[in-house]
Design a protein around this ligand. Structure first.
Ligand SMILES: Cc1ncc(COP(=O)(O)O)c(C=O)c1O
Length: 374
């Protein structure tokens, strides 16, 4: 994955018409209210000063009000919620805050690379659990050996899921919260795709599950739901002692997100449901055009109910890295191979619905040509 930008640049220099459906970074404009608020706030010299960990109170309050409105979850904005420089930053630093050397963290494969990376940087030991169709891509704690569970202090879950697009039924979340309580494992619930949902599906917060506040920390992001990836803004929510532990690590690493960005985030969150509904409808349109195009070209792909991703199985025996290389070099389409997410994710590749529909359809056609000749 690290070599991708360089290969892509070389192809573009050679005149190849590259279609990049690799990274989860959609081409939609951010909300106008974000841009206008940022521009206005940047005029105020007071907003150019350090944000510190407290950040902009209005951002904390808007995030807490959104959690209340959207999920019925009551959080104190100043002790149970903390602004982040994007959720990636918080996920990485949570590991530093809660893991000791020798601890085990349970990491889903495929999954967001920071779960594994944060664990390794904290000198802890990742236990890899393969997410496969057998469990509907759900991480089942009961299947993990007892000696591992005994040493485990952290588990990462992400539903709606990147890259599999799986969603978590409520009874799954209930039994997972119960298992975390039983085994005294902290549940890091990574929830950046909770607003990119389709066909009437509404994704929950883990805190909708009774007792979850005792066992979980949840991460939210403005990146995906509001197409603000580059703005670097998100938040962590959870019990005050856990949030304080995260804030303590951050205090040595950063001095807070740019205040005008937090001001913009606050305004976006006041209209979160309406704004995200607009983006989700556009992702759904793309999904609905791309699925028949892929199926027409020989791919067997399920219809996802959330996220901007399609997780597509490859024919038995076809290595995902080889397919990705051919897709890139022969037809100029950037995808992500399952193997880039770890050995347990072999046999699949990921497409992100990040470019306009005609380009997606064209990508499906080009990928079909590769499939027909491998
Ligand atoms: C599952 C998951 N978690 C977290 C993130 C981080 O998002 P950000 O740091 O932009 O908030 C991403 C981004 O791709 C993701 O896919």
């Amino acid at each position: 994955m690290a070599e991708l930008p360089a290969i892509k640049r070389r192809l573009i220099q050679q005149g190849v018409d590259v279609i990049d459906v690799g990274a989860g970074d959609a081409d939609f404009a951010p909300p106008r209210v974000a841009v206008e608020t940022l521009a206005r706030a940047a005029q105020d010299p007071a907003m150019s000063r350090y944000a510190f960990q407290i950040g902009l109170p209005a951002f904390r309050e808007a995030a807490a009000a959104y959690m209340q409105r959207r999920f019925g979850v009551t959080l104190d904005p100043f002790t149970q919620l903390h602004p982040l420089l994007g959720s990636k930053e918080g996920i990485a630093h949570l590991a530093a805050a809660v893991l000791d050397p020798g601890d085990v963290s349970i990491v889903p494969v495929p999954g967001y690379a920071v779960y594994h990376g944060g664990t390794v940087l904290a000198d802890a030991e990742p236990y890899l659990y393969d997410l496969t169709p057998r469990t509907d891509f759900l991480l089942e704690l009961d299947e993990i050996p007892a000696d591992v569970l005994k040493r485990a202090t952290l588990v990462y879950l992400n539903y709606p899921n990147n890259p599999t697009a799986a969603i978590a039924p409520r009874d799954y979340l209930e039994r997972t919260v119960a298992a975390c309580r039983r085994h005294d494992i902290l549940l890091a619930y990574d929830n950046p795709y909770c607003e990119i949902t389709f066909d009437g599906y509404v994704a929950p917060s883990i805190f909708e599950i009774p007792g979850a506040l005792d066992v979980a920390v949840e991460f939210h992001s403005l990146s995906k739901s509001f197409c603000m990836t580059g703005w670097r803004l998100g938040w962590a929510a959870g019990r005050a002692d856990r949030v304080a532990a995260l804030a303590r690590v951050k205090n040595y690493v950063d001095t807070g997100a740019f205040l005008p960005v937090q001001a913009a985030g606050a305004e976006v969150l006041k209209q979160a449901e309406a704004l995200s509904r607009g983006y989700a409808a556009q992702f759904q349109e793309r999904r609905d055009a791309m699925l028949p195009a892929l199926r027409a070209h020989g791919f067997e792909v399920e219809t996802p109910r959330a996220t901007m991703y399609l997780w597509i199985p490859l024919p038995e025996g076809l290595a995902s890295a080889a397919f990705q290389k051919r897709a890139l070099e022969d037809v100029g389409v950037v995808t992500l191979p399952g193997s880039a997410f770890g050995a347990g994710a072999e046999g699949f590749f990921r497409i992100a619905l990040t470019v306009a529909t005609p380009r997606l359809v064209e990508a499906a056609e080009r990928l079909g040509k590769v499939l027909a000749t491998v």
